[in-house]
Design a protein around this ligand. Structure first.
Ligand code: FES
Length: 116
C-alpha cells in the first residue's frame, strides 16, 4: 500500500482544511474532531473546485463540506451530497490514516477516478 504524509494532525486547525496536489490533481483534507477526511477538490455538479478561499471547505456552521459556487452541502464523513444541485452524488474520497499524530493519505493511484 502506498501512503503519503501530508502534515501533522496538530498543524490542521479544528475544522480547518488543507489543499493538496497529487499526481497533478487537486485534493483537500479537512479536520473534523480527531479525524481527517480527504477528497478530490472537484464538485460533482460542474466539476469546479469546492473552495474559493484558501483552505476553507466547511460551511458556516462547520457541519458540512460546502461548494462555494452553488452551495452544495456534503457530509464530511462520506462526501455524500445532501443538499444542492448535485444531491445524491458524492465527492471522490481518499483514504486517510493518522499514525502517531501524522496524517497520511492512500495513494490516489489506488482510488477509482472515473471522470478522468
Ligand atoms: S459547482 Fe458545486 S454546487 Fe455547483
Amino acid at each position: 500500500m502506498t501512503t503519503q504524509q501530508i502534515c501533522r494532525l496538530d498543524e490542521l486547525p479544528e475544522y480547518g482544511g488543507k489543499e493538496l496536489e497529487l499526481n497533478g490533481k487537486a485534493y483537500f483534507a479537512v479536520r473534523f474532531g480527531q479525524d481527517v477526511y480527504a477528497y478530490r477538490n472537484y464538485c460533482p455538479h460542474l466539476g469546479l473546485p469546492l473552495n474559493l478561499m484558501p483552505e476553507q471547505f466547511l460551511d458556516y456552521d462547520k457541519r458540512y463540506i460546502q461548494c462555494s459556487s452553488h452551495g452544495a452541502l456534503f457530509k464530511v464523513e462520506t462526501g455524500l451530497c445532501v443538499a444542492g444541485p448535485c444531491q445524491g452524488k458524492s465527492l471522490q474520497p481518499l483514504a486517510t490514516e493518522i499514525i502517531e499524530g501524522t496524517v497520511f493519505i492512500i495513494s490516489p493511484t489506488l482510488v477509482n477516478n472515473s471522470d478522468t
